[in-house]
Design a protein around this ligand. Structure first.
Ligand SMILES: Nc1nc2c(ncn2[C@@H]2O[C@H](COP(=O)(O)OP(=O)(O)OP(=O)(O)O)[C@@H](O)[C@H]2O)c(=O)[nH]1
Ligand SMILES: [Zn+2]
Length: 362
């Protein structure tokens, strides 16, 4: 393998036995641009990007003129984690995404926002302090679940004598096959519980509210202690030391970590699959006598029976209904928008669909 390819591999470039990318559409894109070379988006700015072609090898590039048009759909521009083709200091192509994590952007108009691309694992970070909120975790799981293997990371375990109660509140999430890990984000030995998702070449993203401990986790994984959180000292492309916010960070383990700012609003895009996150609820509802049961007071309602029996959490059920409504509403808007634009509806959700067998889930 050439040193260039090895450097790319160290930031997540999937290399096959023949030294070419494992993913056939990427081979084709490379063949179509013989003068271009691949790089990964580390930071996205208004006018351009910082990309990297290896650990500690980042540089600025311009975006294609097309992407600068105000009407260009933002989710079709490269985002953090994307692989792009570079030619002469400019991006000339975006490689097809192997996975995406998106949300509906805040605001009145329907717009999608890419949180991260080409991610294997999504760490949903939530503190075991007053911040702990199973409903918020469910919402995050719904949004990230289509793109990557979700893992719930409960921080501040050192401040919480009763992590078992939190685990009990997430029993349905665990039963669905989602790993739940409680850590002290400040302690390397504790954070080592995440190592199995941070193998060389893997990419993980941290999502969670402000103050949940994402920067603390990042610093601990980087081996940086007691640095002011939110700031990672890095060497920038102009060769001077600055304090910058690095969105995609190569870890000593050989994995890449994408940190995201705390998100206040998490709106679905309409492409999520509620059944995926709430398989337990849907399994119970399937047992109702009437197919169109509204789970209010119909006879033979399995949902009511399960809530009465204490096997289904009433809040979780209510949240399921709410999220389902939100996803359906967003899906309608998305369909309208696509119809207006005459956009070809992409068949299925294949590019976003989690590869279940890879993660050994269901
Ligand atoms: N004791 C303890 N404190 C923690 C832990 N995780 C985070 N903290 C503290 O919680 C505060 C917030 O943590 P941050 O890492 O800044 O949170 P964040 O998720 O990066 O927040 P944003 O950058 O605003 O999105 C800091 O004072 C951390 O030191 C933990 O596991 N144990
Ligand atoms: Zn029912």
């Amino acid at each position: 393998m050439s040193p260039e390819t090895a450097a790319l591999q160290a930031i997540g470039w999937p290399v096959g036995a023949d030294g070419q990318p494992e993913f056939p559409p990427w081979r084709e894109a490379l063949a179509a641009h013989p003068q271009a070379r691949p790089a990964r988006v580390v930071e996205q700015h208004r006018t351009g990007y910082v990309v990297a072609d290896g650990p500690q090898r980042s540089f600025k590039v311009e975006s294609p003129p097309d992407w600068q048009r105000p009407k260009f759909p933002p989710e079709q521009r490269a985002g953090v984690g994307d692989w792009v083709l570079i030619e002469g200091g400019r991006i000339v192509g975006l490689l097809p995404r192997r996975s995406t994590i998106k949300r509906g952007a805040a605001g009145e108009h329907y717009r999608q926002q890419l949180i991260a691309a080409n991610v294997d694992t999504a760490f949903v970070v939530c503190g075991l302090d007053g911040d702990f909120n199973p409903r918020r975790i469910e919402r995050y799981l719904l949004l990230v679940g289509g793109g990557a293997e979700p893992v719930v990371v409960l921080t501040k375990a050192d401040l919480c004598p009763d992590a078992d109660r939190a685990r009990a509140a997430l029993a349905h999430v665990a039963a669905d096959g989602v790993a739940i890990v409680a850590v002290n984000a400040r302690e390397r030995a504790s954070v080592a519980q995440l190592d199995r998702w941070l193998q060389p070449g893997r990419t993980a993203v941290l999502v969670g509210s402000s103050g949940a401990g994402k920067s603390t986790l990042t610093n601990t994984l980087l081996g940086i202690e007691r640095m002011k959180t939110g700031e990672v000292r890095a060497h920038d492309s102009r060769g001077r030391h600055t304090t910058t916010y690095r969105a995609l960070i190569p870890l000593p383990s050989g994995a890449c970590l994408i940190d995201t700012p705390g998100m206040r609003e998490l709106k679905p895009t309409g492409e999520e699959d509620v059944a995926d996150t709430f398989a337990d609820v849907e399994a119970v509802a399937a047992e109702c006598r009437f197919r169109d049961c509204s789970h209010q007071r119909e006879p033979g309602c399995a949902v009511r029976a399960a809530i009465d029996a204490g096997t289904l959490d009433e809040d979780r059920f209510a949240h399921y209904l709410k999220l389902r409504e939100e996803v359906e509403g967003a899906a309608r808007t998305l369909a309208q928008r696509r119809a207006q634009k005459g956009e070809e509806k992409t068949p299925g959700r294949a590019p976003n669909k989690r590869v279940d067998d890879r993660h050994g889930r269901r």
